[in-house]
Design a protein around this ligand. Sequence first.
Ligand code: ZN
Length: 410
Amino acid sequence: MSVPDAGTSTSATDGGTATATVTVKVKATEPAKVAVPPAHYWEYPGLNLYFTAGTGGKKDDVRVDDAGAKKFKLKADTPVEYIKELQTDLIALGYLAKTSKELYGLYGGQTARAVTRFQRHAKRVYRMIGDKPDDVDAKDVFAGSSDGVCKADTAQEVRKWIEKKWVLPLGRIPLRLLNVPGVKKTKDCNPTVREDVADEWEKIVKDVADKGGTLEGQYGDCLRDVSVVSSGSSTRSLHFLARAIDLDQSKCNGRKGPYFILPLGGDPPGLPGDGKQTQPGWKILCRTEKQDGTQGTLYDTKPECWAQYGKAGVLDFDRYPLPKGYYLDLTNEIQSSGKFNRIRSRKDWKTNSKSQEWWHFQFIEGLDADTTLEDELELIGISEETLRSKGQSDADMDVIVKKECLWTGA
Ligand SMILES: [Zn+2]
């Protein structure tokens, strides 16, 4: 179908009943208005595809095009095959499953979710053609909202991706092994992190070494493999996202150091602190190699340190005064760039040393306010298909990292 050349075309914006009107000269009569929708969804300025989930016994509010009307025996409220065309594009880009029950022509929850994911991704700089990066400048990202509503701006962006041959950026961020002395891959530790995380972390390790401290291994947990997650269990830890590193806990053993831990760091930034150390963040002091005053800061007030290991179940286990000497504030060294942060202890930290979490640091760069677990897992090469095969639901995958994953500890 094509729009006649003659006459003026105006677009209707009447909330979803997608029609364009064209003024056509009809012989010897007044101009008559004939509804002629453009052939393709991206050509229609008044496009407004949306979905509202029904609650309280109400039916879902879906959109239906001519293809959907035939397939699902519903009344069309969207002309031509706009929804079918959009769904075809979303499948090509990797945002809608070929097995979706809404194919073709029904704009329901699955299609709206695919649109939301696409919009969120289009707002980032990451782009890929096949498996090759083709990122855009920050000024060129999609400026619309990520609300699952497909209006003209989203339609234009979808078509831009199709024309540029961009696809969902699966595996856009490479992973690699940390190159840190003493850190090696074993059955208990996979020191694989995102390339950007490794680059930043290795810089910190070097700076700390130059100042007489140490961040050498062997490390604890680093990468946790989603593929071994048992069905439905949580992936709400930045270890799954290749963003977290657990320091060497043995360096805080037996009162010998070189690490000494103090729950004096208060609550980590962003947390509502109660000032009572309910779930404190830790200050890690590292005894410097030289103790002649050329490295570190002198601590002679003997603040109280906590033991790494205590007798399980004993309240307020082993504490002792910090030996007088020169120390480097490791927490500060790691957090000063703002790219890494610590997490808080779990509530039972006073009786369960595994809950102290002083050793856990995570990379927090590049997380938007609405970045989801799935967004992040896709960036490191784990597809939605894989996640679903591991029992992850939409709700699991749609967890907002900044809201629910930064402080839980793990
Ligand atoms: Zn950890």
